[in-house]
Design a protein around this ligand. Structure first.
Ligand SMILES: Nc1ncnc2c1ncn2[C@@H]1O[C@H](COP(=O)(O)OP(=O)(O)O)[C@@H](O)[C@H]1O
Ligand SMILES: [Mg+2]
Length: 305
């Protein structure tokens, strides 16, 4: 049981936003879903949002979970799910952007509309809506693998300064335009939305950012760079979930397991020395995969009690 971790994650006065990041395959979806189920089972109104383009949430819960609306999760009262699909999000976002552009054509050209980061911007845009109008106690985010998530999260920084510039230039232009209409209302509103979303992400009271890793060399290296990348964005990582640890009681003299456990022991010590400041939780390697409700509840219990 980890009282420390559940303590920082419990919603008190306002909605808690819980993020799980990390390298592909380390157990982000497992941790995010186990956490969401745990909170729902403890009577907190919970939503799980995935920004991973794969269909993992649908697969875990064995039901169709799309990006257009939250759906109640079967057999877990208090839990809803949503899977933001970057391609769909891009379509909606592009329409909105084109609309804005056409109102102020000439100021932008088509540059923004054709940016290669459109999917990330669109995903982030949809994701911002969740931070703006939370209608539950806990929102758990199952983010995409680290590199892509960082790009998504970094986006509003460029986007915000870009919009700032456009607003300033737009105001100059607006002085020359005959009508009193505020052509830049939409832009200013978006900038405020993004600024607000970033303030939520950077606030360690409302947001808990956890990184999932394995006690192995490459996930450790990726964790180190993710911590640094998030720090650059002003987002503090608070906890590390070290997954698939081999417990001594399962070894029973097996040479293969002894070798793996010894390897892990070295990396666990390395994790302790490199990352002394975080709450650390070890999750054992289970003898089954963690893809149904009962194993996810078991994981929730191990982690949060
Ligand atoms: N502690 C664990 N014990 C056994 N299987 C696990 C454990 N954690 C994760 N898994 C399994 O490992 C696979 C990858 O986990 P997943 O959560 O999908 O990773 P990610 O979302 O980071 O790509 C899944 O099949 C999951 O069931
Ligand atoms: Mg996943």
């Amino acid at each position: 049981m980890n009282k420390e971790l559940s303590k920082i994650m419990l919603p008190e006065e306002s909605t808690k936003y819980l993020f799980f990041g990390g390298k592909g395959g380390v157990g982000k979806t497992t941790m995010a879903t186990a956490t969401a189920i745990w909170f729902a089972d403890h009577n907190y109104k919970t939503t799980i949002v995935s920004t991973d383009p794969t269909v993992s949430l649908s697969a875990v819960f064995n039901q169709q979970i799309g990006g257009d609306r939250e759906v109640p999760i079967n057999h877990v009262p208090n839990l809803c799910g949503l899977n933001i699909n970057p391609v769909d999000a891009k379509g909606v976002f592009q329409k909105r952007l084109n609309n804005m552009m056409s109102q102020i054509s000439g100021t932008f050209g088509n540059d923004v509309v054709s940016t290669p980061c459109m999917e990330e911007m669109a995903t982030f845009d949809q994701f911002v809506s969740f931070l703006e109008n939370p209608d539950c106690d806990v929102i758990v985010f199952d983010t995409a693998p680290t590199g892509k998530s960082l790009r998504e999260l970094a986006m509003p920084f460029d986007w915000a300064s870009f919009m700032q510039k456009q607003i300033q230039e737009g105001q100059k232009l607006a002085e020359l335009l005959p009508s009193d209409a505020n052509y830049f209302e939409d832009l200013e509103r978006d900038k405020k939305r993004y600024d607000y979303a970033m303030s939520v992400l950077c606030n360690s009271t409302s947001t808990v950012f956890s990184l999932v890793l394995l006690p192995e060399r490459l996930p450790i290296a990726e964790t180190q760079s993710a911590i640094a990348g998030l720090k650059n964005l002003g987002i503090p990582v608070q906890s590390l979930i070290i997954n698939q640890c081999i417990l001594s009681e399962v070894i029973e003299g097996n040479r293969f397991l002894i070798a793996r456990a010894n390897l892990q022991k070295r990396y666990l010590a390395d994790i302790d020395t490199r990352f002394p400041e975080f709450i650390k939780v070890r999750l054992p390697l289970l003898d089954s995969d963690a893809s149904d409700l009962s194993s996810l509840r078991q994981i929730g219990k191990i982690i949060y009690g």
